[in-house]
Design a protein around this ligand. Structure first.
Ligand SMILES: Nc1nc2c(ncn2[C@@H]2O[C@H](COP(=O)(O)OP(=O)(O)OP(=O)(O)O)[C@@H](O)[C@H]2O)c(=O)[nH]1
Ligand SMILES: [Mg+2]
Length: 316
């Protein structure tokens, strides 16, 4: 089965792509050969991360970008990740609608995924979905997330280029974001610039970015769009591709890909070791030993060591 699935993916058969992603989402054991075979066909696509506050227009921008990408004779895969929504087993409503527009087009594949409650796993899942799309031949892969929590941060950090979308009302957010998002953003977009205040925010943002700039990092460009009217999207696409070229020529892209690879391996090891560690017996022991407030006399460190020690003993 795995072999036919792989050849389907490599043939860009979207049914096979969909099935493979579902396997990964359901947490079904994907065989090691399946994954190794798949991985050997990746590493050619570029990965964009698009993040920003809820409703800022990320999906609208991506929709418009898809048209732009197709006009440039490239193919695209979109992974919309929503950690707050429960696992849906398929598309979220909005994406289901936009997916219909492209169902007949084998150069576009769009998928939404929610969380099983296991946020660490969500980032791995998104990456693996990216691998499948890449193996199917998609040249550009876009990850969409709402920019707040750790899970999104992990997903976005795994991109080659991070685009942060703001709206004219986001002025106050810039203060809040300084530390977090400004660190990971390569390019800012002020969307809904049909509304008042877009120019002012762009200037405020540019000033802020300038005060944060240093010689090791490019100062992120600030672009404006009105995605609902398709305005500024082609400039955004060209700007993102040009920036990517710069990152590639100054060595930053390679650095990022090495970092992404490392983070994935570290995440897999952490997940696997934790899964092995938490046998039902050990879980039971843990919850029993912490059932009442009186049972918390032992320090957390002693409790952890006792559980770990149990593992060592069990192995001997
Ligand atoms: N006025 C105006 N509205 C826009 C623009 N771009 C998008 N919208 C509208 O803003 C709303 C939210 O757009 P989405 O693209 O769904 O935003 P999002 O960031 O993907 O939202 P979440 O995924 O829910 O976080 C929709 O009603 C869009 O039609 C724009 O440039 N101007
Ligand atoms: Mg969206």
């Amino acid at each position: 089965m795995a072999e036919s699935l792989i050849s389907g993916i490599l043939d860009n058969d979207h049914i096979a792509v969909s099935r493979a992603i579902s396997l990964i989402e359901r947490g079904e054991a994907v065989s090691r050969t399946f994954y190794s075979n798949l991985y050997s066909h990746t590493n050619k696509a570029v990965r964009f991360g698009i993040t920003g506050p809820p409703g800022s227009g990320k999906s609208t921008i991506i929709n418009e970008m898809i048209d732009c990408i197709l006009l440039n004779n490239k193919s695209v895969g979109v992974v919309a990740v929503d950690p707050t929504s429960p696992f849906t087993g398929g598309a979220l409503l909005g994406d289901r609608i936009r997916m219909n527009k492209y169902t007949e087009n084998d150069q576009v594949f769009i998928r939404s995924m929610g969380s099983h409650g296991d946020l660490g796993g969500l980032s791995q899942m998104a990456q693996e979905t990216g691998d499948i799309l890449e193996a199917s031949g998609k040249e550009i892969i876009i990850f969409e997330t709402v920019g707040v929590g750790q899970a999104e941060h992990d997903i976005i950090k795994a991109a080659d280029l991070v685009i942060v979308v703001l709206v004219p009302e986001s002025g106050d957010e810039i203060q809040l974001m300084k530390a977090g998002i400004i660190e990971i953003a390569d390019l800012f977009v002020i969307n809904k610039s049909d509304r008042q205040g877009a120019g002012r925010l762009a200037q405020l943002l540019k000033n802020t970015l300038h005060s944060f700039s240093n010689k090791d990092r490019l100062e992120p460009p600030v672009l404006t769009t009105t995605a609902s009217q398709g305005e500024g999207i082609s400039e955004l696409y060209q700007g993102a591709m040009a920036l990517l070229d710069t990152l590639a020529s100054d060595g930053h892209l390679e650095e990022r890909r090495i970092e992404r690879y490392r983070l994935r391996v570290l995440g897999l090891i952490r997940n696997q070791l934790e899964n092995e560690f938490w046998t039902s017996k050990r879980k039971e022991l843990f919850y029993q030993s912490t059932a009442s407030i009186e049972s918390l006399d032992q320090s957390p460190l002693d409790m952890a060591n006792q559980l770990i020690q149990g593992k060592i003993n069990a192995e001997r």
